[in-house]
Structures are given as C-alpha cells and as structure tokens.
Unconditional design. Sequence first.
Length: 293
Amino acid sequence: MRKIAAGRWASAAILRDGTAWTWGSNTTGLLGHGDKTSRWTPALVATLRFPIVPCRAGAQRDAVRVVHALSIGWGHSLFVVSSGAERSLFVCGRDRAGRLGLGDLRSQPTPTHLPIFNSSGGVVDVSHAAAGEEHSIVVSASGDAYGYGSCKALPAGRRGDFTESDVTVPTLLAGISDHFVVHAAAGSTRSVLLTAAGVALALSTRWSALRRNVPFGAPLDHVLRERHGVAPVALGGRRAVAVACDQFCELVKTADGAATAISDQGRRVSALEPAARLQRRQPSPIGMAAAPS
C-alpha cells in the first residue's frame, strides 16, 4: 500500500500497482463506482484504470492509468492520475457550491476528468489535490495553487479581491506567486499550503476572519481588508515539512519533529489543552509523550 486517505464518511487507499480503492458511505457518490451504493470493504475504482491489452509484435499497448494521489472530502473525492508523463485530476461526488470544479453543479458518481488551465491557456500538470467540505485545492507541478468551491473557504479570486460568490471552476489563488507550493490540506472553511522552502501558508477567508479575534462591531470591510488572503504560519524560524487541516484547526509538522496547531473556533483541541476550552489564535506546540518501549 502506497497511500491512504480518510474523509468524513469514507476512506481510500492507493496500492503499489497504482490502483485506487475506496469504501464507506456513498450517498454522495464520492466512492467513484458510478452509483450511490455504500461499500463496507475496499472496492477497486475500476474507471480510473485502462485495461491492459497484451502486446503483439510491433503493436502498441493501451496506456494504464496510475493513481498517484487522492483526497476524500465531506461529499466529494479528488484523484491525481497519470497515463503517461503528465498527471491530471479526476473528480467525483456531489457538486455542492462548485466543489467538483466542473462548472455545472451536477453530481458525478463516476470519476470525471477536470482539466485545469494556467494563465496562458495551457493545461496544468497536477501534482497534488486536497478536498475540503465545500471546496478543493489543487497544486500544480509548477508550484501554483488553484482553488474552487464555496466562497466561505476561498480567500481570493484571480485578481486578488475577496469573492462573494462560489467559484465553480479552478481559479489561480492570488498572493502566492512568490512561493513554490508542493502540498495542500483542506478542512471545512480553512486550508493550509506547504511550500518547497518549508513555509506553511494559511488561507484566511471572510468566514474564518469573522471567527478570529475581531473586535465586536468592527466594520466588515475592515475585517476583509485586514484578514483575508494568504499569510505564513508563525513557526519561530522552523521549517515546515507537513501540513494537515480539519474542521476546527490546522496542524503543521516542522523539521525538528514538533507539531504545531492553531485553532480559532473556540473548540477544545485535546492534544493542546485537554482540560480547558481555549481559543488558539496563535500557533501552539503540541506535547506528545513517547510511546512506551
């Protein structure tokens, strides 16, 4: 087994042969089997793989799709697939708020190819994808990041201004042109990016800004101007090597092996503060005791 992923209602895995297997609740069609029947044991996502045709002398063999990465969200799934040198994105599930990126808001129980275009009109080579609750983040091999879905989870449009409407097609995220993004994690209304330089970038939206430490009665335009966008997570000079995100907090692992978390929901994060309900508006180290030998 090469990789595993878990969403709110389902799980998935990539085997060493590049096949994708999914299981769990399938009421939204996110398992990718062309139906909405739940499966409680791993089942092959057959449409993501071409059949292997035996070669005869001088004949060509059909290309076999290989799944390199996958992500399971609340009601949709993303698969990074290749059938040659380039990698592309396949999506399936219920298209709520445009989170499939197909532009038509129609659900797709079968993995469907989603082409992503750069500013020059060329097709983007996809390296990673992250599925959140109602949004998706896609990372290209050239270090760019694209977002689409609910406006509650997307900080900016192509021009860098906050969008009040959902984004139904992949759109280049503004504010990261100076960074080479290699990985992304998506939660409910929050996301975090990881760059090749070891910087963790938190995406701040109007929705998350209103939940942060904003003075009561502050004008909304002040909140948007000051809080939305992309900002590095303060790590005290340490290098980030991995990121994760869920509904209420972001997690960053640094090169020294430490884990740092930030939560602005007022919810208790057990690894941070097991006995108190404290908001964590600044990154906080997580203490973990070593497992007994």
